[in-house]
Design a protein around this ligand. Structure first.
Ligand code: LLP
Length: 460
């Protein structure tokens, strides 16, 4: 558990050797905007309790300068390879976060029409977007094709559906084949995606067949561009990405041999963060591993980092509601839980918990939410002071897969989202209201026409 001293603070994040020849005194990775100043937990220099004063809690707080710094470091690491950075919007699709990354020139990896409209609303360039996912609907394919998004096709049936949409819209559609490379990586079983039983992508043999169909001219209206691979998330080292890229490259070369002009090799995401607060393997090591794979192969490389760009830039700020003392030890009940931060319940993930006001520590504390599930435990052994009702805590490294996985379970509105940039905090999304939770329902039932939501085609 936490090895915090008497006055707690996020772990030091000292620079670590990278082992790849890059300078060992490199900045901590990812950049950490949260630190104690005069005993108050601050973000970007602002005391967090002031940042959440207007919205109240629970509230997600994201430091956009830290997101930008993380993007710049990834982009710089991959620049020598000429690689495109496509931010995986599923990690955090807050409009302000997306707009920050769009402004820096990032492309985007989306997995739904809902994510794509967010990227468009945030000013993202659809031509710099890719659309992955095993279950794309016709409406989603239409939206993507209509905007010139490259579709990462995950089955033979989907390829037929895409060809049908492209023909109907009379728009040529670029596609890459998502290959399941049958590569195992050492990460939590729930976030492994490249082993052969996974639902993602198609086996190598099927990928060859799909590209062969394209080479035979059977897919008029579609433009094959290459291959997509994603082996998993929170990777322990670059080996899995490199192995996946090798398999992807084989498929790409086979397509070229069949006469196709393929050059797109998207190797997915998976760049990790250290949830203990330390420095993780930096993007330079991933770039170095991929450089040896693609050297001399004349491909346009793309990477899809999600977590590495946003996890450490975000925290979930919450208020202590009650103290409970049980024979098993101390317990705090807070005003957030698995409905707002699902990762501990779903992956036994550990998020550091820190008080907003530093105080002497009182020992291991279980931190639980209000949800009627035994798994609604956000921390089993947080090293916290003896906090009283009304005092605030922050769950750190919560900027990725936090709000995007939040739900309304138990009738709970989702939190506010606040962004900090240049020393100023702004509300990017207000807290949901109870009225909004009821807005799309009637107790008596109604015809679809009578209960229609905001107008259909959004003009996207
Ligand atoms: N590309 C594809 C095709 C993906 O499926 C994912 C993540 C990414 C990129 C981004 O991966 P990242 O760089 O963030 O590791 N909810 C889980 C993570 C699920 C990841 C799903 N796919 C968590 O909270 O750990």
């Amino acid at each position: 558990m936490s090895q915090s001293p008497a006055v707690p603070h996020p772990a030091p994040n000292g620079a670590a050797p990278t082992g790849d020849g890059t300078p060992s005194r490199r900045a901590p990775w990812p950049p950490d905007p949260f630190s104690y100043l005069d005993g108050r937990l601050c973000v970007g220099g602002l005391p967090l309790d002031e940042v959440v004063a207007d919205t109240g809690t629970p509230a997600y707080v994201y430091d956009l300068d830290a997101v930008a710094a993380a993007y710049r470091r990834v982009a710089a690491a991959f620049e020598p390879l000429g690689a495109r950075v496509l931010y995986a919007a599923k990690a955090n699709s807050n409009l302000a976060v997306l707009a920050t990354l769009a402004g820096l020139g990032s492309g985007f990896d989306v997995v739904s029409g809902g994510e794509l409209v967010r990227v468009l609303r945030a000013g993202g360039d659809p031509e710099a977007c890719v659309f992955a996912g095993v279950g794309k609907t016709t409406a989603e394919l239409e939206l993507a094709v209509g905007h010139g998004v490259t579709v990462h096709v995950e089955s033979a049936d989907e390829l037929d559906a895409l060809a049908e949409v492209a023909a109907r819209l009379e728009r040529p559609a670029r596609f890459a084949v998502r290959v399941n490379p049958d590569v195992e990586v050492d990460t939590h079983v729930n976030i492994q995606t490249g082993h052969d039983e996974a639902k993602f992508g198609v086996p190598v043999a099927v990928a060859h067949e799909l590209l062969a169909r394209a080479a035979r001219g059977e897919l008029g209206g579609l433009i094959p561009v290459g291959v997509h691979v994603h082996v998993g998330s929170q990777l322990p080292d670059p080996d899995g990405v490199a192995a996946g890229a090798r398999v992807g490259l084989e498929v790409l070369e086979a397509g070229r041999a069949a006469g196709l002009e393929l050059d797109w090799l998207d190797v997915g995401g998976g760049l990790p963060v250290d949830y203990g607060g330390g420095t993780a393997i930096g993007p330079e090591r991933f770039a170095a591993a991929l450089a040896t794979v693609v050297a001399g192969r004349d491909v346009r490389l793309a990477v899809e980092p999600g977590r590495a760009l946003v996890a450490r830039a975000g925290a979930l700020v919450s208020k202590v509601l009650y103290r409970k003392h049980r024979s098993a030890g101390r317990m705090l009940v807070v005003d957030t839980g698995m409905h707002h931060l699902l990762r501990p319940a779903l992956y036994q993930a550990v998020h550091r918990v820190r008080p907003l006001r530093a105080a002497p520590l009182a020992g291991p504390t279980e931190v639980v939410g209000p949800i009627c599930e035994s798994t609604d435990v956000l921390a089993t052994e947080a090293d916290l002071p003896d906090l009283a009702p009304g005092e605030l805590v922050a769950f750190l490294d919560a900027g990725a897969y936090g709000m995007t996985m939040a739900s309304n379970y138990n009738g709970q509105p989702r939190p506010a989202e606040i962004v900090v940039a240049d020393g100023v905090a702004r509300v990017a999304r207000r807290r949901e209201t109870w009225e909004e939770l009821l807005a799309s329902e009637t107790a008596t039932g109604a015809s679809v026409a009578a209960i229609q939501g905001p107008a259909g085609p959004l003009g996207w």
